[in-house]
Design a protein around this ligand. Sequence first.
Ligand SMILES: Cc1ncc(COP(=O)(O)O)c(C=O)c1O
Length: 393
Amino acid sequence: MTITHPELAIDGGEPISKEPVLIHKPSITDEDVRSVAEAMRSTFVSGDGPACREFEKKLAAYLGVKHALFLTSCTVALDLAFMAKGFPAGSEVIVPNFTYTSTALGPILNNLKVVLADVRPDNGNLDVEKLESYITEKTVAICPVDYAGNPPEMDEINAIAKKHGLYVVQDTAQSIGSKYKGRYTGNQGDASTFSFHGTKNMTTGEGGALVTNDDELADLIKIMREKGTDKYAFLTDNRTRGYYEYVNKGSSYVQSNINGAMGITQLDRLEAMNARRREIAEYYLDQLTGIPQLDFLKLTEGVEHNWHLFGILVPPARKYWVMDALRAEGVLANVHYTPLHRNKYYEHLGTDDDFPGSMTFFNRLLRLPIYPSLTDGEMEKVAAAVKKVFTQL
Ligand SMILES: Cc1ncc(COP(=O)(O)O)c(C=O)c1O
């Protein structure tokens, strides 16, 4: 017997919102447009230009790190983080099972072996309790991921890394502006990799950055991102030989000056954009706390959240029904990452039974709309739709 609820839009009732409330929208203003136009008019449109350098300086100052290197994406930042280390082929890198493919591609592109680790069922972050069980004599690195913008227990992860002599590449793709124990993310790993893709809290269209406090690593990455040349030092030191040399291997990962110009104005507004996200998150938490069968993602102790994503945890058996019911109400709720081992390219790395935390999290997770331009009216509709759907669960 199928149970229907005539008041729900999914069963023919009036939707809460006739206009769909989108899951995500980037915030682009006239300031961004002006900044980009200026860079274009300057005719310096190629990579590592003055706007890129200015953006890097501002980003490093904002985060409180020594080096911020602007790149074409977070994916290439992860690639470079491993390219620079030159670990022996077949060395093992621990990657959480619940992440985007890029976290694993960094090691894979450098002939390293990915070992998938289980995550916490309550927030999708690396499960620190299980972490040491994945370490072998071949392990060289760990890649914690700040899922939804909420970093994992980095002090504990760094202590384990130190004990075993491991390199830590923190995939901070989602956490720009979040703090861990009073310091911005970007300061906890040996290297950290941000994304400025259009879906992130600040965007340069496509883009990313590798940030680090390690001078040697930064120098090497400046070479490797520029086709293995010492062009960065050549431009900076104003050497007079008139040419630069090919000093290492590398690839072409420098960002255009146009994107650098957008980074400057986006970064100027980041705190304000994140403040609006916080307002929306606080409203959702206030409105939705106490609804039976609905939970929120657990915030790591000591974290100030950038609210990149707002997730809710729902009963696994009803996840897709809840999603469809919310969508019918006009709220474009969505799922997120399929655990890596569930994807064709990674299926040889384990089964559902190997990743109980990851499967529990995945089976319960839905995302609600959150972004700076979401209006008060829209955010009220989102909360109203969740309440309406959950009364019929
Ligand atoms: C955890 C994580 N890592 C890496 C990436 C890749 O970022 P980019 O698109 O900048 O390469 C993403 C993108 O969403 C991500 O969520």
